[in-house]
Design a protein around this ligand. Structure first.
Ligand code: NAP
Length: 285
């Protein structure tokens, strides 16, 4: 049986990935089991466990905190990825790296293709782009970079769970209506990552659920699915957020899933359909 090693296995995507690889032996390593910033530990783990494939999902994802500690952001997201790519290469393993829409500046109305030029606005985006470059330069036995956006799922904290719980406690919630993206659901994303890995496909992939929303529209949809009045979600401009966010976000970081589309692959469902399923699952749990 083939084996796959997953870094950051306790994150919201990592947990879903570990459940997805059913025909594989899964080596799910959370932060405690493997800190990707320790080169020696990464090499020891990889040479001892010798997986055929590695999914590098670990990252420091606290976008605003990354602004306060760029060294840590680059250590985890860029240099940590160098260590993972070097170690994967040393054992001949395929590597799939999970990246982000925040590598783009969002200053265009068009959705980004895999061939568009990144221009990150934040430390987080820059450090993840650094990670992409490490993969491209150092992974010698096949690699993919899966850029995705606005992740949510059943496990771990995310906006869906936050809105569902805060709407109980507060009469009104404010969300920005001037940042747009594609909410993406890990239960839809994980099977695609498995397929790419199983077939050792190479290159950059944009993989998101279909459709676009602002955070305001997304939050309204969540509240509506809970049977609450959507007017309790109010629109606010990013510039009026209190306190202001430390990291600049792209205004419109919609990823066109060009490679999937041109390869004739099924695209992920519309975000509204997957949100409906997720909200039901959370409310029934
Ligand atoms: N969340 C999004 O909206 C989004 C959007 C686009 C792309 N992505 C990318 O998708 C991937 C998965 O994201 P996610 O939402 O599942 O994030 P997450 O829930 O924050 O999971 C990331 C995991 O990485 C772990 N980690 C942090 N530093 C580490 C280190 N030095 N060594 C090993 N593990 C470490 C974290 O553990 P601790 O919490 O214990 O530190 C956490 O369990 C990430 O690569 C992220 O950049 C996320």
């Amino acid at each position: 049986m083939r084996s796959v090693l997953i870094t950051g296995a306790n994150g919201q995507l990592g947990i879903e990935l570990a459940q997805q690889f059913k025909n594989w032996r899964v080596i799910a390593l959370d932060h405690k089991s493997l800190d990707v910033t320790n080169r020696e530990d990464v090499f020891n783990a990889f040479t001892t466990l010798c997986p055929q494939a590695v999914i590098h999902s670990a990252a420091w994802t606290a976008v605003d905190e990354c602004e306060l500690d760029p060294n840590k952001a680059f250590l985890v997201n860029a240099l940590g990825t160098r260590f993972v790519a070097e170690a994967a290469s040393s054992i001949g393993a395929y590597l799939s790296y999970i990246s982000t829409d925040y590598v783009f500046d969002g200053e265009t109305e068009q959705a980004y293709t895999e061939w568009d030029r990144p221009n990150p606005l934040s430390v987080y985006g820059s450090s993840k782009l650094g990670g992409e470059r490490e993969v491209i330069q150092r992974a010698t036995h096949g690699w993919s970079i899966v850029r995705t956006s606005w992740l949510c799922g059943f496990y771990g904290p995310n906006i869906v769970k936050t809105v569902l719980s805060l709407i109980e406690a507060r009469p009104k919630l404010e969300f920005v209506d001037d940042q747009f993206g594609s909410p993406t659901f890990v239960q839809d994303l994980a099977p695609k990552i498995e397929k790419i890995t199983s077939n050792k496909l190479s290159g950059i992939y944009h993989i998101t659920n279909q459709g676009v929303a602002s955070w305001y529209e997304f939050a309204r949809a969540i509240v509506q699915l809970k049977g609450q009045d959507p007017s309790r979600i109010q629109a606010i401009a990013t510039k009026d957020l209190q306190p202001p966010r430390l990291a600049r976000r792209p205004r419109r970081s919609v990823l066109d899933n060009t490679v999937l589309r041109l390869s004739g692959e099924d695209l992920l469902p519309q975000w509204q359909n997957s949100l409906d399923k997720l909200v039901k699952k959370i409310l029934n749990s």
